[in-house]
Design a protein around this ligand. Structure first.
Ligand code: MN
Ligand code: MN
Length: 319
């Protein structure tokens, strides 16, 4: 059973920062889930900087505590969580980096370990989904929180593997299930009306921020979770789904986003899903004028994801 460092013995600002002050461990042991960093940002289309995401999230997560009263769970204990370290990218080389990511994730999926990944730019989700299919011979339902579609064909006429094209590639490669692809929080301006049509060919249902306002998080998640049923669900959270007021530290901010509280409520509903993987991407702390609010939201969202999984898995209380 893994435990974070005891804050009554070792102050939260002491020792090397790991996620939630968990042990840093490359040996999976009995882990049912791991935290993992992928510090890569060479596939961005605007402002890079998400290579600093994992370390900023680890530092902000020093404040995460071992018990969650909403889920009534001790997630680290239930899941035997460890900080699995980072996957080393190859700066400047997308294909090599994707191979390393896929190679790093495959053993986890083969062992049915649920990765909680801190990016990195959003391109990292594609090799993670490739790893899942390679390990488990099936695709996933995808629950994608983002301000942006990420279903574009390419950038600058040539670049097909970027943070804005990964959903399209995942669809083409058969990594995501027909009927099981959902987007939430979409609101960015587009290049043309055709973008909406092209996105609709890839994604089964897109819930914009206006839909979130009119439906509310619970009915909206009810609809999504009914559709995905017991299929394996992969959740990908682009931190720019939050309003820049709550997450200024990101490469392509868009006004009018979700609050961090709304997003936490969405993630808490995931205890009803067959969650097989979760990533939180696009945290670029350099642009965060507060220093830490973006990484704090990211660490809280990753923690809530872990709690949702642990809530589903914990032994039922007696009585
Ligand atoms: Mn985005
Ligand atoms: Mn994205």
């Amino acid at each position: 059973m893994t435990e974070p460092l005891d804050a009554s013995v070792s102050p939260r600002f002491a020792q090397v920062a790991t996620f939630g002050r968990l042990p840093l461990q490359r040996d999976l042991g009995n882990a049912a889930a791991v935290f993992l960093g992928i510090p890569w940002d060479d596939a961005t289309s605007y402002r890079s900087g998400a290579r600093e995401g994992p370390s900023a999230i680890r530092t902000a997560s020093r404040l995460v505590r071992p018990y969650n009263m909403f889920a009534d769970v001790y997630p680290f204990r239930v899941l035997d969580l460890v900080d699995y370290g980072d996957i080393d990218p190859v700066p400047g080389y997308t294909e090599d980096t994707f191979q390393r990511i896929q190679g790093g994730l495959e053993p986890l999926f083969r062992a049915s370990v649920v990765p909680f990944v801190a990016g990195g730019d959003h391109s990292i989700t594609l090799p993670i989904l490739r790893a899942y299919r390679a390990a488990r011979s099936e695709g996933v339902s995808l629950l994608h929180f983002d301000a942006h579609f990420d279903t574009w064909e390419s950038y600058w006429g040539t670049k097909r593997y970027t943070h804005g094209t990964w959903v399209k590639r995942a669809y083409e490669e058969g990594l995501i299930r027909k009927g099981g692809v959902f987007q939430v929080g979409i609101r960015s301006s587009l290049y043309s009306r055709e973008d909406v049509t092209a996105n609709g060919a890839v994604v089964d249902r897109t819930f914009t921020t206006e839909d979130v306002d009119s439906e509310g998080y619970k009915p909206l998640m009810d609809r999504i979770l009914r559709s995905v049923a017991d299929s394996p669900v992969y959740v990908s959270v682009d931190i720019d789904v939050l309003d820049p007021a709550y997450a200024p530290g990101t490469g392509t901010p868009e006004s009018g986003g979700l609050t961090s509280r709304e997003m936490i409520h969405f993630v808490r509903e995931l205890h009803r899903a067959n969650l097989v993987g979760f990533d939180l991407v696009e945290v670029a702390p350099q642009y965060d004028h507060t220093g830490q609010v973006t990484a704090l939201a990211a660490s809280n969202l990753l923690y809530e994801g872990m709690c949702a999984l642990a809530r589903r898995r914990k032994p039922k209380a007696k009585g």
